[in-house]
Write a protein that binds this ligand. Structure first.
Ligand SMILES: C[S@@+](CC[C@H](N)C(=O)[O-])C[C@H]1O[C@@H](n2cnc3c(N)ncnc32)[C@H](O)[C@@H]1O
Length: 219
């Protein structure tokens, strides 16, 4: 298994992706994005999207939600701001350049934290998950959607083969679900409540955690 991706490598990759992201990745991630946003709408209220990118998900939320989006990439957030300037998304309240490893939000701010195609790309996924658990309210949810490592068979072999080159492109095909489950186990303040393949192709996995009513002091 390769090391987790360095933040500066991802920053460079997404500076290159920003101008063409919507055309190339918009349709590819569509089902995953919609599934995660639909699960988040079921929670409703104040929603934080980490790694919000160019804001492709804005269309998937409605007035039952209030969206805050953060991304560490200036060029990606600049595209999201252009999208917001259309005036079509009054439910999007704030966009900020911010690293999900160190968020500037107080504890227990949001009803739900959503990460669409981002947790596999961060330098320290466990720390980002713990930050998500910190900023979500007791009883709130963390909802992730991603392609996760196949672990066995031909698909897993191909994903391992592609892993090195994929990093430079800002992608990561070999991140196992077991790591997410292990984080919840060791954190102690978040319970895994759902893991399911997203229809119709089952390429992406949706994972939901619920934050416990009482959180441990440190994770
Ligand atoms: C594959 S894109 C997904 C964008 C968007 N969520 C979507 O589904 O279209 C991954 C995004 O995560 C952002 N990202 C990567 N590491 C991050 C970090 N540590 N903190 C915040 N954003 C990060 C990247 O800049 C990029 O915009």
């Amino acid at each position: 298994m390769l090391r987790d991706p360095a933040t500066d490598v991802m920053e460079k990759a997404y500076a290159r992706w920003a101008p063409i992201y919507d055309v190339l990745c918009g349709p590819v991630f569509l089902n995953g994005r919609r599934a995660a946003a639909s699960a988040a709408r079921d929670v409703g209220g104040l929603i934080l999207e980490i790694g919000v990118g160019t804001g492709l998900s804005f269309d998937d939320y409605d007035a039952s939600t209030e969206i805050t989006g953060i991304d560490m990439s200036e060029p990606m957030i600049a595209r999201a701001r252009e999208r917001l300037a259309s005036g079509r998304y009054p439910h999007v309240k704030e966009l900020a350049v911010m690293d999900a490893h160190n968020m500037r939000f107080p504890d227990a701010t949001f009803d739900c934290v959503v990460g669409q195609f981002v947790i596999t790309l961060v330098e320290d996924p466990e720390r980002v998950l713990s930050e998500c658990a910190r900023v979500v309210k007791p009883g709130g949810q963390i909802i992730l959607v991603n392609h996760l490592y196949s672990e066995r068979g031909l698909a897993a072999a191909v994903e391992r083969l592609l892993a090195q080159k994929a990093r430079k492109l800002g992608l990561r095909p070999e991140f196992p679900f077991a790591r997410l489950a292990a984080w919840a186990e060791s954190h102690g303040g978040a319970e895994l409540i759902e893991r399911r393949k997203v229809k119709p192709f089952g390429v992406y996995t949706l994972v939901r955690f619920r934050r416990g009513e009482r959180q441990r002091a440190a994770a």
